[in-house]
Design a binder for this molecule. Structure first.
Ligand code: SF4
Length: 210
């Protein structure tokens, strides 16, 4: 998770809302707390986003779905991730209690003025958990879109690539998040093989000997 703005107080929260670990909604006895996730989405405090991620079986890529703190003016689904100030940011700082705060916000370790801050949460575990719970978030997404999730995501990826190409052609300024995502999008749409999330999870499990 890259910082795009100078690391002055709250700069990161003004750039984009931070990311939850799906484990924050997991209870050992009862499993994934789907109703809690839906409530958070309904209240307008979180959204579902997605990241094309590579490295499965050669250079194949897949989608990982995740939850993040909602950015101002953004709806319940934001695949491209345009960024913007987080809805939870007040003048006095984050309005969420420490334990309610998304893990990837909580686990950033401030370093020095000008950053970058160190991210102490484990990115590999994050990707693995996203794949493990992919179907559950995909079902919630489908309730909002009415479209099968993989079809929806592939269509949005193509649309978003065209949108970014058009912005560049018109010499419009890309937001920080758009700049970060541009290369992935263009490479992925043009070149690389795609595998679904189940294939990606099976591939990781087989690499780990499960
Ligand atoms: S949830 Fe809190 S810590 Fe995370 S981006 Fe929003 S204001 Fe910042």
């Amino acid at each position: 998770m890259k910082l795009c703005a100078p690391n002055v107080r709250g700069a990161c929260c003004k750039t984009v809302g931070c990311i939850y670990s799906i484990r924050q909604f997991y209870d050992k006895r009862t499993g994934l707390e789907v109703e809690k996730i839906k409530e958070l989405l309904k209240q307008g405090n979180a959204l579902i986003s997605c990241q094309p991620t590579t490295g499965f079986c050669g250079d194949a890529w897949t989608f990982i779905l995740y939850l993040k703190a909602r950015d101002e003016g953004i709806d319940v689904i934001d695949i491209l991730g345009k960024g913007g100030p987080c809805v939870n940011l007040l003048d006095s700082g984050c309005k969420l209690e420490e334990e309610q705060r998304p893990l990837f916000g909580r686990s950033v370790k401030p370093t020095k003025i000008g950053g970058p801050c160190e991210q102490t949460a484990d990115a590999e575990s994050f990707v693995y958990d996203c794949l493990l719970f992919h179907d559950r978030l995909a079902r919630i997404l489908e309730e909002y879109t009415g479209i099968e999730t993989e079809t929806y995501l592939l269509d949005r990826l193509k649309e978003d690539s065209e949108y970014l190409k058009k912005k560049i052609k018109n010499k419009e300024t890309l937001t920080c998040m758009e700049k970060e995502k541009y290369d992935w999008y263009i490479n992925i749409v043009n070149d690389k093989p795609y595998v679904d999330s189940k294939f990606a999870l099976d591939w990781i499990n087989s690499c780990m000997g499960f």
